[in-house]
Design a protein around this ligand. Structure first.
Ligand code: C2O
Ligand code: CU
Length: 461
């Protein structure tokens, strides 16, 4: 089944660079455009849409503190909105769903990149068609790096691999199935990594840093690495949504809701000349989920027998000692209930089209708030994403598990709510003020209005 090599997206390069009073600003130009790709050699091409005509789009490597301006031209008939997920972006460039770029237009997005090193991503956020646009390919990796991280000697260069994992489905003629305008969860029957169904990656018998992204529409993943005898490999989880942990967490699996990221370091040194398999063990529960073959398979690692370069082969016991944890707070400031309404999905009974009621919180700029997120109805999963902030997961109750060790080892921007669960999160509201969104990242729910807004209110001076 693992017939084709893992593709890696091209690396984005700035069209120009300027320096204003010591501040470096890199300018990029990207075109959102339709293209065709032969996913199945024997069938017709799939009609995709990509950033610069590739899907996933180019990978950005941006040094902390270097500002970026990215001009997105839209050469596609459907509206597009770009959101840099995990970035503390000022509101005009944060990807408000109706702030769309129409065919023939462009918009310049400005990003301060002032956060610590982290694996974030950019993706479409257009009103009602986010599922469709992301499914057709409008997603990409954006990596912020910083000098503190560089000093750690973690696997780098070709030993540092972003893996955007998603499920897809194609018709008999080789094109994508239609995923528009429905409110039920979508799960596909093909597992793709970086745009390739079930790929393989040739690796050397040494350590690799794997940046795992769940970019699926509605499917949570439970990722592990399996040996040929069926045993699960132990690895080190070193980072999540908002960057490196204080210290690595040992595990042999990571549960990942849609849009969550975990970075793991896998040591292949004991497996020369063997194959290992990246697998998914998440059991979709509840009605409405078709069960397809091979959705437990993700990709394969073909381990060679020699190592080209032994540098950057470390995982120090201290990674980031300076995580910016919000101060503890016992009082719950807001409780948000995620459930189905009439034909839409709602948060506290409000859907995003309800423009007079959709601002559900007004945290003062600089304040810390504790939010209680409640799974109040399904079917399906509700990964809850809060724009702008990094949050700490305080508790998880009501389901079969508590807070997982790697969930609380670093800050996050998204947390999975499974049926019955209540999760408390705490965040420091800043650095900017203004109107932001929080929403379910099950894209079918998101397109069916399971979004709300919060207004970080400006401090009076
Ligand atoms: Cu990844 Cu509001 O989105
Ligand atoms: Cu949801």
């Amino acid at each position: 089944i693992f017939q084709n090599p893992l593709p890696l997206a091209p690396i984005a390069t700035p069209a120009s660079s300027t320096n204003v009073n010591g501040q470096q600003i890199d300018f990029y130009e990207v075109t959102i455009e339709p293209f065709q790709k032969q996913i199945y050699p024997d069938l017709g091409p799939a009609n995709l849409v990509g950033y610069n005509g590739v899907a996933p789009g180019p990978t950005y490597y941006v040094k902390k503190g270097t500002q970026t301006v990215i001009r997105y031209h839209n050469n596609h008939t459907d509206d597009s909105v770009v959101h840099l997920h995990g970035s503390a972006t000022h509101t005009p460039w944060d990807g408000w769903p109706s702030d769309s770029i129409a065919l023939g237009q462009y918009k310049d997005y400005y990003y301060p990149n002032d956060q610590n090193a982290r694996s974030i991503w950019y993706h479409d956020h257009a009103d009602g068609i986010t599922t469709l646009n992301c499914f057709r390919g409008l997603i990409g990796t954006y990596i912020i790096y910083d000098p503190e991280e560089d000093k750690l000697n973690l696997p780098t260069g070709k030993y540092d691999v972003p893996l955007m994992i998603t499920d897809k489905m194609y018709t008999d003629s080789g094109d994508l199935v239609s995923v528009a305008n429905e409110s039920e969860d979508f799960v596909g029957d093909i597992m793709e990594v970086n745009g390739q169904p079930w790929p393989y990656l040739e690796v050397e018998p040494r350590k690799y840093r794997l940046r795992l992204y769940n970019t699926a529409t509605s499917r949570p993943l439970d990722i592990h690495v399996e040996q040929s005898n069926g045993d699960w490999l132990d690895f080190q989880v070193i980072a999540s949504d908002s960057g490196l942990f204080g210290s690595p967490v040992n595990s042999n699996q990571v549960t990942m809701g849609m849009a969550e990221r975990y970075e793991i370091v896998v040591d292949f040194s004991a497996f020369a000349n063997q194959n290992l398999t990246l697998k998914n063990a998440f059991a979709l529960s509840g009605p409405g989920y078709p069960q397809f073959d091979n959705m437990d398979l993700v990709m394969s690692f073909v381990v060679g027998n020699s190592v080209n370069d032994w540098s950057s082969n470390e995982v120090p016991s201290t990674l980031n000692p300076n995580i910016n944890w919000p101060e503890d707070r016992d009082e719950v400031d807001h409780t948000f209930r995620f459930q189905r309404g009439d034909n839409v999905w709602t948060i506290n009974g409000v859907d995003f089209d309800d423009v007079n009621n959709r601002i559900l919180a007004r945290p003062p700029q600089g304040s810390t708030q504790r939010w209680r997120l409640v799974y109040a109805g399904g079917p399906g999963y509700h990964p809850v994403h809060v724009h702008l902030v990094d949050f700490k997961i305080l508790s998880r109750t009501g389901g079969s598990r508590g807070v997982l060790p790697y969930e609380s080892a670093g800050l996050k921007d998204i947390v999975l709510l499974e049926p019955g669960e209540t999760v408390d999160i705490e965040a420091h509201y800043g650095p900017w003020n203004g109107l932001y969104m929080f929403h379910c990242h099950n894209l079918r729910h998101e397109d069916s209005m399971m979004m709300a807004s919060f207004n970080v209110t400006r401090l009076e001076t």
